[in-house]
Ligand binder design. Structure first.
Ligand SMILES: *Cc1c(COP(=O)(O)O)cnc(C)c1O
Length: 398
C-alpha cells in the first residue's frame, strides 16, 4: 500500500480516513451515534478503561468511527502531523489549542490582523487567567525575535489576516520560534492544508474553522486542530479535560464536504481572482486586498509559499461613506449579506477592520467590502457588482 505522502493532495482528500473497519465497505463513513458502549464482561470494561487507544469504542464523548475518520483524513492532509482533534466550532478549536500551550504567567504574541474572537479570547479570558498578550504587526517577519521575552511561550499567526489579508512570513517566524523553544499556532482557515500545508512548513499547531471550506455548504459548525507529535498529547489532554467534542452527525457532514474540497477550492480561487482583477480596474475601487494581487501586503510571500488562491478577499472603495457602501451591497442579487464564508454561495459583507487593531492601523481611501466568491457563474457575479458600483457612485456623488 502506498503511504499518504506518496499521493497528491486531491487524491488524499478523496481517500483519506475511509478505513474499511469504520465504513464496512460503504463509500462514505456512516454516522455512528453513541453515548453508552456495552462491554462483554467486567474484565472487558476494565480493560477498555485502562487502555488509551483512540480508535477503540469507549464512551460517546471519545468519539466513534465517524469522528475518527474525519480526524484521520485531516491529519493525512498535513504531512508530518501526528493527529487531529475535532471541535464544535472554529473558535472552540482556537481556544482549546491556546489553552493546551499557555499557563498563568506566560505571554502570547498575537498577530494584529487576527480574527476578532481570537483577539477577544486573548484580551478577556487569557488575561483573566494571568496570561498576557502582545500584538504584533502581521508584516513583522523575522523581526518577531525582538518581541520575544522571558515569558513568551507561544506565537499565534493567521495568514492571510482576517479582513485585511496581509500575508505573513510564516517560515521566518517559525524559524525564530523553533530556535527559542516557542510554540507556533496558525489559523489556516483561508488556505486549508491544500493551499498551505502548515505542518510541513514548520508550524506546530494548525487550526481550521472547518465550518468554512471543509464543510463547504454553510450548514455545519466545525473546527479542527492538527499538530506535530510534540504538541499532540497536551492538546488531547486539555481538550478531554474540557469535555470538548463534535457530534457524529456534524463530523459526517464535514467528511462529506471534504471529499469535494479540492475541486471547490480550485473554482472558488479561480473565480475570486477573476473578480478581484476586474474590481481592480474599476474607478470606484481604490484597492483590492487579494493575496494573489500585488497591492496586497505580503503578496511576494504569497507567491513564494502558497499553492494557489482561495475565494475570500476584500476591496476598499474610492471615497464614500456608510450609506454609499450600503447602496452597493443592499441591491446585489447574487450576493447574500451574512457572516461566515466558504460555502457554495457568494456573500458580501461591510467590514471595518480598523476597529480590531492594536499596534497597526491600515488606512484606506473609503469603506471596505469583503466578498466570498461562491460557485455561481463569474460573469453573473461581475454584472451584479457592476450595477452595485454604479449605485455606490450615485450615492457617493449625489
Ligand atoms: C470563521 C472563522 C473562525 C471561527 O470559526 P467558527 O466555526 O465560526 O467558530 C476562525 N478563524 C477564521 C479565520 C474564520 O474566518
Amino acid at each position: 500500500m502506498s503511504s499518504p505522502a506518496d499521493k497528491q493532495p486531491a487524491t488524499r482528500v478523496v481517500q483519506a480516513g475511509r478505513r474499511k473497519e469504520w465504513t464496512g465497505g460503504i463509500v462514505n463513513p456512516p454516522v455512528w451515534r453513541a453515548s453508552t458502549i456495552l462491554y462483554d464482561s467486567v474484565a472487558d470494561l476494565r480493560a477498555a478503561g485502562s487502555r488509551d487507544d483512540p480508535h477503540r469504542l469507549f464512551y460517546g464523548r471519545r468519539g466513534t468511527p465517524t469522528q475518527w475518520s474525519l480526524a484521520e483524513a485531516l491529519t493525512e492532509l498535513e504531512p508530518g502531523a501526528a493527529g487531529t482533534y475535532l471541535y464544535s466550532s472554529g473558535v472552540t478549536a482556537i481556544t482549546a489549542a491556546l489553552l493546551s500551550v499557555l499557563s498563568p504567567g506566560d505571554e502570547l504574541l498575537l498577530v494584529d490582523s487576527a480574527y476578532d474572537p481570537t483577539r477577544n479570547f486573548a484580551n478577556g479570558f487569557l488575561q483573566r487567567m494571568g496570561i498576557t498578550t502582545r500584538f504584533y504587526d502581521p508584516l513583522i517577519g523575522g523581526g518577531i525575535a525582538d518581541l520575544i521575552g522571558e515569558r513568551t511561550r507561544a506565537i499565534f499567526l493567521e495568514s492571510p489576516g482576517s479582513l485585511t489579508f496581509e500575508v505573513q512570513d510564516v517560515p521566518a517566524i517559525v524559524a525564530v520560534a523553533r530556535a527559542r523553544g516557542i510554540v507556533t499556532l496558525l489559523d489556516n482557515t483561508w488556505a486549508t492544508p491544500l493551499l498551505f500545508p502548515a505542518i510541513a512548513r514548520g508550524v506546530d499547531m494548525t487550526i481550521l474553522a472547518a465550518t468554512k471550506y471543509v464543510v463547504g455548504h454553510s450548514d455545519v459548525m466545525l473546527g479542527s486542530v492538527t499538530t506535530t507529535p510534540e504538541r499532540w498529547a497536551p492538546l488531547v489532554e486539555t481538550s478531554r479535560a474540557l469535555g470538548l467534542m463534535v457530534s457524529p452527525d456534524d463530523a459526517w457532514l464535514g467528511a462529506r464536504g471534504l471529499r469535494t474540497m479540492a475541486l471547490r477550492l480550485r473554482q472558488h480561487g479561480e473565480s475570486a481572482l477573476a473578480i478581484a482583477r476586474w474590481l481592480g480596474e474599476q474607478p470606484e475601487v481604490a484597492t483590492v486586498l487579494h493575496p494573489a494581487l500585488p497591492a496586497c501586503p505580503g503578496h511576494d510571500l504569497f507567491v513564494r509559499d502558497f499553492e494557489g488562491p482561495a475565494g475570500l478577499f476584500a476591496f476598499a472603495l474610492q471615497g464614500g461613506g456608510e450609506a454609499a457602501r450600503a447602496a452597493l451591497i443592499d441591491g446585489l442579487d447574487h450576493f447574500g449579506i451574512g457572516y461566515s464564508w466558504g460555502g457554495y454561495e457568494s456573500l458580501a459583507l461591510p467590514i471595518d477592520p480598523q476597529r480590531f487593531r492594536s499596534v497597526t492601523r491600515p488606512q484606506f481611501a473609503g469603506p471596505l467590502v469583503r466578498l466570498q466568491i461562491g460557485l455561481e457563474d463569474t460573469a453573473d457575479l461581475i454584472d451584479d457588482l457592476a450595477h452595485g458600483l454604479a449605485r455606490f457612485r450615485a450615492a457617493r456623488d449625489g
